[in-house]
Design a binder for this molecule. Structure first.
Ligand SMILES: [Zn+2]
Length: 301
């Protein structure tokens, strides 16, 4: 985001005018989401007690308006739930359509056999066919798409209720939300963002809050199969790795986060047993399981 965009973002906070937004920007805040889930004490530590130039607006007021802007406390969880429901629907629609263009709307909710999955995976290897199929999928009758979406939403909400997701994701202001794979918390992410320990350009729309990942990527979204995790782990695990395969990667990401947290002098490191013998034994066991030690390293010339 450039300077103007940051000012615009900050002015979305109630009672924050241009001058206050400038002061907040100078204190390195980038938008309302930077204040979500934080207490005044945590903010004062981050800004080293500085609060000059805020005018009539206090950090107390900012936190209050950022957190009561919307009418209930599960707005982030609800947005995430809506997004995974839509993504899951689009995946299923694509799968059904690729298998049979004339599928009946009711079929959108029937289980997919391994045979169907295998045929779908075979199609996925043919890039030209995928492009052609995607073009045709765009032209699917909007009425039919709407009917399928409704049927699918009913099934999705029955398999994995919003109340269950809220229980897992916790309320907006929860301080306990952290990544199941690497262990970083949203508070630690905010501290890294604020002190410029994070550089991804995706921060505009991802990273600030935890995401929802399917532990086993080919199984459906249901309580036991959904993990709460950070953008970075979600991105790396993708739909490729199982939880077991990703475990050693998550631990290495954790160690690197802690290095970054140390570099910004954070007093709040991710609890880890990375220096214990047990950790080293487990990493060695993972290495033995996943790395083929018979492959020789590339030659130097
Ligand atoms: Zn993570």
């Amino acid at each position: 985001m450039n300077e103007e965009e940051i000012i615009d973002e900050l002015m979305k906070i109630k009672d924050v005018g241009e001058k206050t937004a400038m002061s907040l920007k100078n204190l390195r805040f980038k938008g309302p989401s930077c204040f979500k889930g934080l207490t005044v004490d945590q903010i004062l530590v981050m800004v080293k007690g500085k609060k000059s130039g805020l005018g009539r607006v206090s950090f107390e007021k900012i936190i209050k308006s950022v957190n009561v802007d919307r009418d209930h406390e599960y707005t982030i969880a609800d947005d995430r739930y809506k997004a995974i429901k839509e993504r899951s629907f689009k995946d299923m629609l694509k799968l059904r359509f690729f298998m049979n263009h004339d599928f009946k709307s009711e079929e959108i909710v029937s289980d997919i056999s391994f045979d169907t999955r295998d045929r779908y995976l075979a199609i996925c290897k043919n890039m030209k066919k995928i492009r052609d199929e995607n073009k045709e999928l765009k032209d699917i009758d909007p009425k039919r798409r709407k009917e399928c979406r409704k049927l699918y939403a009913d099934k999705f909400e029955n398999d994995f209720r919003l109340s269950e997701f809220r229980e897992k994701y916790k309320e907006d202001k929860s301080q306990s939300r952290k990544c199941e794979y690497c262990g970083i918390s949203e508070t630690q992410i905010k501290e890294l963002i604020y002190k410029e320990g994070i550089t991804t350009k995706r921060l505009i729309n991802r990273g600030h809050t935890m995401e929802a990942d399917r532990r086993e990527p080919n199984d459906k979204y249901e309580f036991g199969n959904v993990a709460i995790c950070c953008y970075w782990c979600n991105n790396a695990k993708s739909d490729e790795f199982s939880v077991d395969e990703f475990k050693p990667i998550g631990r290495v990401i954790c160690a690197i986060w802690n290095m970054k947290l140390k570099s910004i002098h954070s007093a709040n490191l991710i609890p880890t047993d990375a220096t214990s013998d047990k950790f080293l034994d487990e990493i060695t066991a993972s290495a033995k399981k996943y790395f083929d030690l018979s492959i020789s390293p590339p030659s130097k010339d």
